[in-house]
Design a protein around this ligand. Structure first.
Ligand SMILES: Nc1ncnc2c1ncn2[C@@H]1O[C@H](COP(=O)(O)OP(=O)(O)OP(=O)(O)O)[C@@H](O)[C@H]1O
Length: 601
């Protein structure tokens, strides 16, 4: 793997398992789950369609060999049999062709839908760290083009493999009835060529995965380009964005060319070995005819059928790339499907109350410890503020409560129950998180607020919006609550977005609220509205807030001062400010900054 690939894809070189075609088919088979029966029926129909074509050829053999016999006199029964066989071949091809197309289309789409749902479910259950360490564009590509590759393989590749074998098998059976030596001669080159094909395909596996990764990286660059368009324009870096995309495409192209080059020789080898069957059959047929073992008619028809035997198998060459692409897609999807989700409690417990206890808690995102042996409790319906310098680990404390990550050492208990022993669904109902960065989904304002409670009525949504001081500005929008906001809430101001997110949290009405206060100063009107909104949200709740504002810190029942992942001070505001520790110095800086702002107004 080249440096540029590693940089662009962010994927470790050993991240993709290299599988043979047969192993890939097995993997696909395992993924097909309950649809296996349908998939198999589709393949069997396609095989039958091809077999029926072979029946046509077989009928022709019988017809010619019989007619060429010296002592043969056609009878009505014979004519009827030939007509029936030919009709059966034609009718079978039409019928099985239709059935196979119909059933494989349905199976492919059903499988695609099932796989997408399985992927989304897995994505939902994976720790947040997994998502943050991945490129968002890569996940999107996996859910779109990788899925498409697998669907196409089910729809087209797999049936074509069945088809490639149906006709040759039918012909071989007919030949075997005529003369087993000729049939064996026809089979010999197939037996040697197929392993060559499988080996060649396996050689392509690793390149195929890298090629798909690069394609995903190119798509990711495009997504990044669109998402960061404002920054790119502000810094006049349009050319840089295009350059990155071009570099990704160039690497993708180079890998594709290498793949074709690497494919050429083994595929020519496969074709050559297969076609060696032609002289072999000619020799066998001639030898058997000269030896008087078979009639001239059999020898001639065997020679005529040579290309019908090998032609369909040669079409496997075209299927190889589709197989490799589908396999690469499967390998990429496996990175998600086989990633370890957060463990779920086998026998979930119910919390007794909503007090929170951090018990000797340690945590690091990687090797470096971020939180070091924190022990503190937050009694029910109280407010605890966490303060400290940037990077001290304040947001990390909040991230561990909803299990965005699992703790490294120690435990977090809510109502006496370790959060890992509750069901994730119960834990999610217990906690509302209001982030610094508000995310609104593309949809109406109503949908965005109702996100907090699936069954919310218009009245409930409006009541929550009123409490969050958002009703007035929502009513003033062109379509009120039915106004659509762009992805991320693009069409609203920062303060408006925040109040919509608080309305969403109010509607959820969870007993524990985690609040990562916005650091950016906002205008006084918005600030007042925001404070009122927050007051409505946190009334009667157990609240932990990462505090950046003087008003918030003063209002807290308890203040934790965090520095380099440790609690260095703890207590009420008055006691802490009277001391000479970190809090007193932080407080001095805050008040100086506030006075400075006021003085400069
Ligand atoms: N997803 C992550 N992956 C790896 N390291 C992280 C991640 N998030 C935070 N960190 C690191 O963990 C440490 C604590 O970060 P955290 O965001 O908890 O600090 P904070 O006190 O909230 O800072 P701030 O006040 O600036 O928001 C920092 O050194 C940060 O670089």
């Amino acid at each position: 793997m080249s440096d540029i690939e590693r940089t662009m894809t962010g994927i470790a070189p050993d991240a993709g398992a290299v599988r043979s075609d047969l192993e890939s088919l097995k993997r696909l088979w395992a993924l097909a789950g309950p649809l296996r029966g349908t998939v198999l029926t589709g393949i069997v129909y396609r095989f039958a369609q091809s077999f029926c074509l072979g029946l046509g050829f077989g009928t022709a053999i019988l017809l010619v060999t019989d007619l060429l016999k010296d002592d043969f006199t056609p009878t009505t029964g014979w004519a009827l049999t030939m007509t029936a066989l030919a009709s059966l071949s034609l009718f079978g091809q039409l019928l099985f062709g239709f059935l196979s197309s119909k059933i494989t289309w349905f199976a492919a789409f059903d499988l695609g839908a099932e796989l997408r749902l399985a992927m989304l479910d897995r994505l939902r259950r994976l720790p947040l760290g997994f998502h943050l360490s991945r490129n968002r564009g890569d996940t999107v590509t996996m859910l779109t083009s990788d899925m498409q590759m697998v669907e196409n393989f089910m729809l087209d590749g797999l049936p074509r493999i069945a088809e490639a074998f149906g006709l040759p098998i039918a012909i071989l059976i007919f030949l075997a009835f005529q003369d087993w030596v000729v049939a064996l001669a026809a089979l010999a080159s197939i037996l040697v060529a197929v392993p060559v094909y499988l080996k060649a395909s396996r050689r392509l596996a690793e390149l195929g995965i890298r090629r798909q990764d690069m394609q995903a990286a190119a798509a990711a660059r495009m997504i990044e380009f669109v998402q960061g368009i404002a920054v790119i324009r502000a810094f006049n870096r349009l050319a840089k964005g295009a350059e990155d995309f071009r570099a990704a495409l160039q690497t993708f192209r180079d890998l594709s060319v290498r793949m074709v080059l690497r494919l050429t020789l083994p595929l020519v080898g496969f074709g050559l070995i297969l076609m060696l069957g032609v002289p072999l059959i000619l020799f066998a047929a001639g030898w058997r005819w000269l030896g008087g073992e078979i009639g001239a008619a059999t020898a001639i028809t065997a020679c005529m059928l040579i290309y019908a035997t090998y032609g369909p198998l040669l079409s496997l060459i075209a299927v190889m790339e589709a197989t490799r692409m589908a396999d690469a897609s499967l390998t990429r999807m496996d990175r998600i499907l086989t990633a370890q989700p957060l463990p779920e409690a086998a026998a979930p417990k119910e919390p007794d109350g909503f007090d929170i206890a951090f018990d000797d808690l340690s945590f690091g995102y990687g090797e470096t410890p971020v939180l070091k042996r924190l022990t503190f409790t937050v009694p029910e319906r109280t407010m605890t503020a966490i303060v400290g310098p940037s990077g001290a680990g304040k947001s990390t404390v909040l991230n561990l409560l909803p299990r965005f990550w699992d703790v490294g050492g120690g435990a977090i208990r809510i109502g006496g129950v370790d959060i890992r022993e509750m069901s994730s669904e119960r834990l999610s109902r217990l906690i509302t998180v209001v982030f610094q960065d508000v995310y609104l989904f593309s949809g109406t304002i109503f949908d965005n607020i109702a996100f907090g409670k699936a069954s919310a009525t218009q009245d409930e949504v409006e009541a929550a919006a009123k409490a969050a001081q958002a009703h007035a500005f929502i009513e003033a929008l062109p379509d009120g609550y039915r106004t659509r906001v762009g992805e991320g809430g693009a069409s609203l101001s920062g303060g408006e977005r925040q109040r919509v997110s608080i309305a969403r949290a109010i509607l959820k009405d969870a007993p524990i609220v985690l609040l990562d206060e916005a650091t950016a100063a906002i205008d006084p009107t918005n600030e007042r509205a925001l404070q009122a909104a927050l007051a409505a949200l946190v009334a009667e709740k157990t609240l932990i807030v990462v505090a950046h504002k003087l008003s918030t810190v003063r209002a807290a029942d308890d203040i934790l001062v965090l520095d380099e992942g440790r609690i260095v001070e703890r207590g009420g505001h008055d006691d802490l400010v009277a001391g000479s520790g970190l809090y007193a110095s932080l407080w001095r800086h805050w008040t100086e900054a506030a006075n400075w702002r006021i003085g400069h107004k």
